[in-house]
Structures are given as C-alpha cells and as structure tokens.
Design a protein around this ligand. Sequence first.
Ligand SMILES: Nc1ccn([C@@H]2O[C@H](COP(=O)(O)OP(=O)(O)OP(=O)(O)O)[C@@H](O)[C@H]2O)c(=O)n1
Ligand SMILES: C[C@](O)(CO)[C@H](O)COP(=O)(O)O
Length: 397
Amino acid sequence: MSVAALIVAAGRGSRAGDGIPKQYRDLQGRPVLARTLAGFLSHPGIDRILVVIHPDDRDLYEASIAAVAPLQSALLPCIHGGDTRQDSVRNGLEALGASAPEIVLVHDAARPFASPELIDRAIEAGRRRDAAVPGTLVTDTIKVIGSHSEVVSTPDRASLRAVQTPQAYRFPSLLDAHRKAAAARLHAFTDDGALAEWAGLPVHVFEGESSNIKLTHPADFTEAERRLRGSSMTYITKMGTGFDVHAFGDGDHVWLGGIKVPHDQGVIAHSDGDVILHALTDAILGALADGDIGTHFPPSDPQWRGASSDRFLAHAVGLVRERGGIVDHIDTTLLCETPRLGPYREAMRQRIAEIAGLRLDQVSLKATTTEKLGFTGRREGIAAQAAATIRLPEVNP
Ligand SMILES: Nc1ccn([C@@H]2O[C@H](COP(=O)(O)OP(=O)(O)OP(=O)(O)O)[C@@H](O)[C@H]2O)c(=O)n1
Ligand SMILES: C[C@](O)(CO)[C@H](O)COP(=O)(O)O
C-alpha cells in the first residue's frame, strides 16, 4: 500500500517564544524540522513526504531541508498551510489528492523524536484501520474542571491515553472527513483523530512513545537539548537481580505486580508483601549497586507498615533517572503453585509499566511452579526473582 507522510509545519510556535517559529529553531546543531524530516525520509515504508509551511517561512524551510539534502528524493514541493492546524492538514490532503496515496501519516513538525519503530507501528495500524492514533498511558490523574476551576469529574485514568502523532489514516477517509468539517465550518479540532471521530470514523489507538514529545513550551526545548546532549554521552549497561519471599498467612488476597489478587491466603509481611515489586526493586537497586530494599525502606521503620510496594519500585526507578540513567528492561519470574498468574499477567505488566514509567514491551512477567518441591511447592509461601537492565552515564575517573 502506498504511504505518504504529511508534515504540518505552518504554525507560529507562539507558546515556545524566542524569535523564529519553533520548527526552524536550532536543536543541537540542526533545525527541528530537519530532525523531524530525517526520520521520515530515511524510513523505507514512506513513499513521499509533503511539508505544509507558512507563506512567510520559505527561506527558513529551504535552509532546513538543505540540512537533509542527501535524503530529499521523496520530498514533494512544499505547500502553504492555513490559520489552524486543521486547515493546514486539509490543505496538505487536498494537495496530496492529485496522486492520492492509500495511507497518509499526519505528523507534527514539532515532534522531532518519533522513532522508526513508532513509524512502523503507524504504517501497520494504517494498513488495518481507517483511523489510528498513537497513545501513551497517562500517569497524572486528570480532572475535568468547570468555568470557576471547580473539579467536575475525575475520569478513570485506565481508560485515558495521551495522543500524539504520527496518526495513520486511509487517505480517502481522512480527506472526506476534513471536507465535511470544513463544510460544517468547524476549524478547531486539535488533532485529526478528534475530527475523524466527529465524522463518524472508528478511531483506534496504537502504542505511542513517551519520548515523542511535542516541542510546545520553552522548557520542552531545554529538555530536548538535554536529551540530545545525553545521546552523545557514553552509557554503561548494568544488570541487577532481585529475589523475594513471603510466607503465606491469614487473608483472602495477595498483592502481586501492583494488582490485588483474590486468594485463599494472604502473606505475612511488613508492607503489602508484593514479591514481584520487591524483587524488581532489588534488581534495580542491584544494577545501581546501591544496597537493597531493606537499606532504603528499613522494616524497623513504622512508616512502611502496610505500605503499597508501588513506592519502592518507583523510588528505585527514580534513583536511576536521578543519575541520568535509563531503565531498559525488567523481567520477573513468580514462583508458586497458586495463585495462577495467567488471568492477571497483562494487568500486572501494565501496572508495573505505569509505576516504573516504562513501555509495555520493556516489562516481562513469567511464572513457574516448583513441581510441588520446596516451600513454594508445599504452598507455604510465594517467591519472585527478577532481573533489571539499566544504562548509566559513563563517569570518567
Ligand atoms: N496553523 C497551523 C498551526 C499549527 N501547525 C502545525 O501543527 C503542529 C502542532 O501544533 P502546535 O504545537 O500547536 O504548533 P503551533 O501552532 O506553532 O504552536 P502555538 O500554538 O504555540 O503557536 C506544529 O508542527 C505546527 O507547525 C500548522 O501546520 N498550521
Ligand atoms: C496533534 C497533536 O499533537 C496530538 O497530540 C496535538 O493535538 C496538537 O495540538 P496543538 O494545540 O496544535 O499543539
């Protein structure tokens, strides 16, 4: 299927401040737009690329594409955008219509960090769906507020996603939806997903990536600069392991992987006794060579009595990030005869990913019985072992 990328770059970047529109600003030696374009121009799944610019920005645009000169063969002559993002997208779709692609990926010029894997996923979603948008889990609690800043409601966070670009559409479906919105004099949809939804298209969400930020405010540029400086830094991979055991005791549930699992016994523990989160915390602390869970959260300290183990894992991950490091992967094996992991595995992976601020594919969870051998085999207790791979900036001696 033919795939075109439509990059919208006609905004003024008023929230980003500082002189020229943000998509032309220098980011570690290259204009933002050149970085965004390079990702699409070098992607083998994209046939052609159209950039939508503001009429005042021609020189800035030419200077930006000069920075990706060797890759330019898929680039169509740029066209002019409109007053809103929606108008710019529509202008782009109308221009692409002359030799219509089957799939169009609509992407913000202001998102220079979309990875090749994200573009792969967008193309794949576009093959299967009329409309698909990348989304990430929301980690803050979101409130709906009224006109006097009073909280009206708190939507269930599990059903919320923060939506990004590139968004994937069947080209005729999106063009048709945009024409309908323009005919209805609606011009302020903040993304094409909302417009497609309004037009009655089913819109699906595929996995986005938290690193794919939209440069919107000055602080986003500071963060992007920091990240790019970091990417030229040398990292050392470190690996750590963790192991945790709790004896079964009275109760009717156990906490595992941050999820409450009904069970005919509880566990005897100072905290909530979540062996998966404890083993993972120790694995990360092991990779940091920074003691163990007991060093950071002494069992003698009453404040940890009954504590939710979420905070132990979040603390360990926070230490990695404080040191400029990255958690690459965490893997746990649960050892018990019961409860069975299967029905809860995906919920646990999601919860662990949420606590640790990781993607789902960075979180592995397995289980085994011990063939009725040992204390787990005799159902006296439950255990988990974990491994964590992290990267830490190399520090010169
Ligand atoms: N009339 C517009 C408005 C926005 N965009 C593009 O849409 C993307 C996302 O919009 P946003 O981040 O809001 O950019 P700006 O509109 O430039 O920012 P601001 O609202 O701060 O002025 C950006 O790549 C921007 O260039 C566009 O092509 N045409
Ligand atoms: C399209 C978008 O990037 C999805 O998150 C976002 O809606 C653009 O909003 P903006 O107000 O134009 O920045």
